[in-house]
Ligand binder design. Sequence first.
Ligand code: SF4
Length: 64
Amino acid sequence: MKVKIEPRDECMGDGICSDECPQVFEMDDEGLAIVTNAEPDESLREAVESAAEECPAEIIIIED
Ligand code: SF4
Protein backbone atom coordinates (compact mmCIF):
# COMPACT_ATOMS: atom_id res chain seq x y z
CA MET A 1 0.00 0.00 0.00
CA LYS A 2 1.23 3.47 -0.89
CA VAL A 3 -0.23 6.66 0.58
CA LYS A 4 -0.02 10.26 -0.58
CA ILE A 5 -1.82 13.55 -0.07
CA GLU A 6 -2.52 15.26 -3.36
CA PRO A 7 -3.00 18.11 -4.03
CA ARG A 8 -1.62 18.96 -0.63
CA ASP A 9 -2.46 22.67 -0.85
CA GLU A 10 -6.15 21.71 -0.60
CA CYS A 11 -5.62 20.34 2.91
CA MET A 12 -8.00 22.05 5.33
CA GLY A 13 -5.75 21.50 8.32
CA ASP A 14 -8.41 19.86 10.48
CA GLY A 15 -6.12 17.08 11.68
CA ILE A 16 -8.62 14.29 11.07
CA CYS A 17 -6.05 12.09 9.32
CA SER A 18 -3.38 12.53 11.99
CA ASP A 19 -5.95 11.73 14.69
CA GLU A 20 -7.12 8.69 12.78
CA CYS A 21 -3.69 7.30 11.93
CA PRO A 22 -0.75 9.13 13.58
CA GLN A 23 1.62 6.40 12.35
CA VAL A 24 1.16 7.72 8.79
CA PHE A 25 -0.04 11.33 9.01
CA GLU A 26 1.25 14.34 10.92
CA MET A 27 0.51 18.05 10.84
CA ASP A 28 3.44 20.25 9.81
CA ASP A 29 4.45 23.66 11.16
CA GLU A 30 2.09 25.36 8.72
CA GLY A 31 -0.85 23.29 9.87
CA LEU A 32 -1.05 21.11 6.79
CA ALA A 33 -0.98 17.33 6.81
CA ILE A 34 2.10 15.41 5.69
CA VAL A 35 2.63 11.71 5.08
CA THR A 36 5.41 10.46 7.36
CA ASN A 37 5.18 6.84 6.23
CA ALA A 38 4.35 6.54 2.53
CA GLU A 39 4.41 2.75 2.49
CA PRO A 40 2.73 1.69 5.71
CA ASP A 41 2.32 -1.86 6.89
CA GLU A 42 -0.88 -3.65 5.95
CA SER A 43 -1.84 -3.65 9.62
CA LEU A 44 -2.49 0.09 9.25
CA ARG A 45 -4.75 -0.26 6.21
CA GLU A 46 -8.00 0.10 8.14
CA ALA A 47 -6.86 3.30 9.86
CA VAL A 48 -5.49 4.77 6.61
CA GLU A 49 -8.73 3.96 4.78
CA SER A 50 -10.74 5.59 7.57
CA ALA A 51 -8.60 8.71 7.28
CA ALA A 52 -9.13 8.79 3.51
CA GLU A 53 -12.89 8.35 3.88
CA GLU A 54 -13.15 11.05 6.53
CA CYS A 55 -10.88 13.59 4.85
CA PRO A 56 -13.22 16.45 3.91
CA ALA A 57 -10.94 17.54 1.08
CA GLU A 58 -10.80 13.99 -0.35
CA ILE A 59 -7.08 14.32 -1.07
CA ILE A 60 -5.74 11.20 0.66
CA ILE A 61 -4.85 8.73 -2.07
CA ILE A 62 -4.22 5.04 -1.45
CA GLU A 63 -2.55 2.91 -4.10
CA ASP A 64 -2.34 -0.84 -3.65
S1 SF4 B 1 -8.03 14.82 6.82
FE1 SF4 B 1 -7.58 15.73 4.81
S2 SF4 B 1 -8.07 17.91 5.04
FE2 SF4 B 1 -7.90 17.02 7.10
S3 SF4 B 1 -5.77 17.39 7.72
FE3 SF4 B 1 -5.84 15.36 6.78
S4 SF4 B 1 -5.38 15.70 4.58
FE4 SF4 B 1 -5.89 17.67 5.49
